[in-house]
Each structure stands twice: as C-alpha cells, then as structure tokens.
Design a protein around this ligand. Structure first.
Ligand code: AMP
Ligand code: GLY
Length: 420
C-alpha cells in the first residue's frame, strides 16, 4: 500500500525509515520531508495550508494511509477534514488535539478528574497577572495558552522575571495568547511517557528522557530538544500503573464526556517526584527527538500498528520492543535556538558509514545536486542502540567527529544521568 507522512523533521524521517521496513508498504510520500526522507520516499512540496491540495494529491495518487507528525495540523483539524473524505489518517481529531492546543483545556480537565498536576491559575489580563505575582513564592512557572513550540514557558526565579514573562506573553511574543497560566513550580525529574491509541484501546509506546536546554549541564535556553535516551531511568511497573490509572484513563474519560475519543500517539510529559507522576503537559503526537530515540527499539511492524489504530483493533496485536538502550544526539545549526545561518553545506555526510544499530535521521536538511545543506535549527539526529547508554553515546560522538561539520554544534552530555 501507499502511505503519506506529513512533516519534515527527524521524527518524520524516523517514521518513514520504519515504515519502509514494512512488507505491506510499497511507496511512501513525505509532505514535504527532508534530504533524508528523499532517499527512501518521494518528497512532495505542496501548500499544506490548503487542506484541499493535500486531499487532491492523496486521492489522485491512491494513498491509503496518512500519518500526521506535527501538532499544528492536528490542532487545526486536518484529521477531521480528511476523514470526511474517507481517507484513513493516524492522529487525533481537533477536539482531542486541544490536549496540546490549549493548556487551559488540559488544566481544567485535570481539575475535574483529580489528575495530579501543578496548582495553577488562569489570567486574562496583564494587571491581574502582575497583581497575583506580587504575593507569589518563587520560582513560579508562567505559560502562554497557545502553541509556542515549547518556547512559551518561563521558569521565573523572582518578581522581575515574572513581570518580563507576563509582558512578553501579552505583547504577542508567541502569537495571539489571550490567556496565561501561572503554575506552581514542580521540583522533580522529567519523563516523557508515550501511548498509542485506537479510539477504544491503547498500548504503551515507550518512555524517554529529552534534554530541552541548549547547553551542557541543562543550562541555557529551552529548545525543541537536544537529545534523548530511552527507556527513561525512572520507569518501573508501579509508576507505569500510576500514570495509566491517575492520568491517562481519567483523561480519556474527560474526552468521552465532550463526545470524542483519542486515536494516535499521545505524549504525556511528566514530572516524577518520589515515584509519583504529575502531569506537566500533553502533546498529541510523538516527541522529537524522542521518536528518533524510541523507534529504533521497536521490533513490530509500525505500519500494522497504524492500520490497527485506524481500524480500531489495536487490542488484537502485540507490540514488541528490543531490550537495548537507545540514545540520540541532535546536531543543531550554530546559533540555535536564536538566529542561525541556513544553507550551509554538510560536506562529509556521505563519508558516514553506519553499522547495524546506528541510525542517522535528518531534520532541517535539503538536497541540491547531490549535496546536502542545512535548512533548520535542528539538522541531524544520530541514534545508536547498544547494551549500555555510555557505549551508545561513545559511538555517536565518534560519528559526529567523523562528520566534522563546521556549521553545527551538539551537547556531549546527553544522557548524563545514566552515563557515569
Ligand atoms: P511545557 O511546554 O509545558 O512542557 O513546559 C516546558 C518545560 O518547562 C517542561 O519540559 C519543564 O521542564 C518546564 N516546566 C513546565 N511546567 C513546569 C512546572 N509546573 N514545574 C516545573 N517545571 C515546569
Ligand atoms: N521533545 C519535545 C517535544 O517533542 O515536544
């Protein structure tokens, strides 16, 4: 069958790579994809802002399954749109995608269903928010209530930082944020917990630990993610049961109450404090770089998983995983997450020879007359599976040294909590 993947990041290249292994998949289209996906799929550059362009292409080319990588299209209702035309699509509908699209929607759901999360308040105007923080205990967390690619969150250590955050959010730094949230600061260790859903049933889909800060030692600005390892060092059976019973199941009940259900990947962002989970946020998709870290451990056929979710029979299949450890390091353009140069050639990339358990997933890259250029902030992802996290990291760093790309930088300390 022919499948289509929406997106252009490392997550989408990893999905594409896995689907390519499936016996049932005859051809893959990526909308728009990157230089990496162009090696194994056909990249299609159409304007996705107009959903009808995509629908026409899907119908003309007889694509039987669409997988949506990034949240933007899910929050805008691309699933609802395609399903109206009987196109099979893996991802949550617009109502369910509010779990990521509106932090306030999720917080209210937490309140109603007693889901453990940070205490919070919603503020609709600058003055009431500023008044509130006069009597707050710091640190506090201030968040814009809209999609801000992980950047609309401020951890404020004092009153002045709080004022800056409130001003920036209400002055439109993250687009049109009508509300902001002020939250209690949770002091624990983060974990990303993934599940895959078919509307009725769900299954666990691995855990990972992302590294969001740009500098070694978890310092500097927040980014989309500089690297990850899987499984998380925090996961155990008892914690998994608590996450499912206290967080995921009540969330699904909440969606049922508003007349919908969940299909697709669900990314539960957690703070773990003394083996107790607290919900920080939901994302209605796989994580990036968590996807590039987790998928190499998957032994089952990914296409079969997607199809079973679309056909509501996920309970009939087994999802199998390798026991090996996985670690991923992201190479970014120098300057990221601030200004960076684009279209810098990555000249040694063809010299990288990967062994069986080594993977190179592209993110912001493009190909022009056989040469590869950087086009984004996050450019390449090296993942390695190994019996230990430290061996995985050593192998990756050797490959990065071989790449010797002047235009980029990376964190050498990914996995510092699991590598001695
Ligand atoms: P979010 O976009 O909500 O995931 O927030 C981005 C990052 O900010 C998270 O990954 C955490 O590192 C941090 N964060 C968000 N909310 C809190 C909180 N209530 N307490 C502590 N850290 C937080
Ligand atoms: N790695 C964080 C995210 O995908 O949102």
């Amino acid at each position: 069958m022919k499948v289509g993947i929406i997106g252009s990041g490392g997550r989408e290249h990893a999905i594409c790579y896995n689907l390519k292994k499936s016996k049932k998949v005859s051809k893959i289209f990526c909308f728009p994809g990157n230089a990496g996906t162009s090696e194994i799929a056909e990249n299609i550059d159409i304007n996705l802002e107009k959903f009808e362009n995509l629908r026409e292409f899907i119908l003309e080319n007889k694509i039987e399954l669409i997988i949506i990588g990034p949240e933007k299209f899910l929050v805008e209702g691309l699933v609802d749109y395609l399903e109206k035309f009987n196109i099979k699509v893996f991802g949550p509908n617009k109502k369910a995608a509010q779990l990521e699209g509106s932090k306030i929607f999720t917080k209210q759901l937490c309140e109603k269903f007693n889901i453990p999360t940070a205490k919070f308040g919603v503020f609709e105007n600058i003055n009431s928010a500023k008044e509130f923080i006069k009597s707050s205990n710091f640190p506090i967390v201030i968040k814009a209530d809209n999609l801000a690619s992980g950047k609309g969150v401020y951890i404020c250590n004092n009153y002045n930082e709080g004022i800056t955050a409130i001003d920036e959010i209400f002055n439109g730094k993250f687009g049109d944020a009508k509300n902001l949230l002020i939250e209690e600061f949770l002091n624990g260790e983060e974990m990303s917990f993934f599940t895959v859903h078919d509307g009725n049933n769900f299954k666990c889909f691995g855990t990972a630990q992302d590294h969001k800060r740009v500098l070694e030692g978890d310092k500097g600005k927040n980014t989309g993610g500089m690297g990850a390892y899987s499984p998380s060092r925090l996961i155990n059976k008892d914690l998994e049961k608590k996450i499912i019973d206290k967080i995921i199941k009540p969330t699904l009940s909440g969606l049922a109450e508003i007349g919908t259900s969940y299909k697709g990947f669900l990314y539960t962002g957690l703070m773990i404090i003394d083996n107790e989970p607290y919900l920080i946020e939901y994302n209605v998709r796989m994580g990036d770089p968590e996807c590039q870290t987790i998928l190499p451990r998957l032994l089952s056929d990914l296409n079969e998983i997607f199809i079973s979710c679309c056909e509501e029979n996920l309970d009939e299949i087994e999802i199998e995983w390798s026991n090996e450890k996985s670690l991923c390091i992201v190479i970014c353009s120098k300057g990221y997450p601030d200004r960076f140069e684009k279209n810098v050639e990555i000249s040694n990339i063809n010299k990288i020879k990967l062994n069986k358990n080594e993977f190179l997933f592209h993110a912001g890259t493009s190909k022009k007359s056989k040469k590869i250029f950087s086009t984004g902030g996050r450019v390449l992802n090296f993942t390695t599976l190994s019996k230990s996290f430290s061996l995985a990291r050593e192998t990756i760093i050797k490959n990065i040294i071989k790449l010797n790309w002047n235009g980029g930088f990376y964190r050498k300390d990914i996995g510092h909590k699991v590598v001695k």
